[in-house]
Design a protein around this ligand. Sequence first.
Ligand code: NFM
Length: 223
Amino acid sequence: MEGSDRAAMTDTWLKKHRLLYVGATRHPFVLGIRDGSVDFTSFKRWLGQDYIFVRAFVPLVASLLLKAWKESDDNSDVDVILGGIAALNDEIAWFKKEASKWGIALNSVVPHQTNLDYCRFLESLTSPDVEYTLAITAFWAIEAVYQESFAHCLEDGSKTPEELKETCQRWGNDGFGQYCRALQNIANRRLEKASDDVLAKAEVNILRILEHEVEFWNMSHGV
Ligand SMILES: Cc1ncc(CNC=O)c(N)n1
């Protein structure tokens, strides 16, 4: 990493891979929520599939908590991740409530191959062999995509349908934004001290995540 600034590695990567990042955070599905043209069938497909994804997200955050507790030199890392676990607990309850509102039986949703592929990637990150720095950076990227996407649907000028506002609030609210920045700060702090090998792997993981996120929206959109 000679000659480059590591102080905010995550920002450097988002700039470098901006097209892909925009593809993940300004996907036609998201833009359809924002301009009100989204088809509720697509939204329901997303809701059922995302519930499956979120359940697979639980072991990742649990493994991350363990890594932070063992490896981090800063106690507040555990606090931030614990906050993420609390939010995920609320989120799972919310999915159940929201699904019943839309008449979706969550237990009979069949996971789509796109979702299974992403969940398998999440599972690979839970391994104790995956360094804390890699796991926290990946975790930040996954959360940041949802934060950026749904916050966009709440900005001035958006025409998000009333029925979808609560969903957008869930990931687009300021508290979730602060939580994502806290994760990003941890990731940057760790990346500053990481080996070139870990840095290269972290960047590849971010690219994979952005690709999985685009595919996930594609699946929901039904394209
Ligand atoms: C496909 C996907 N990516 C990111 C998130 C946000 N993290 C947890 O909720 C999510 N729910 N689903």
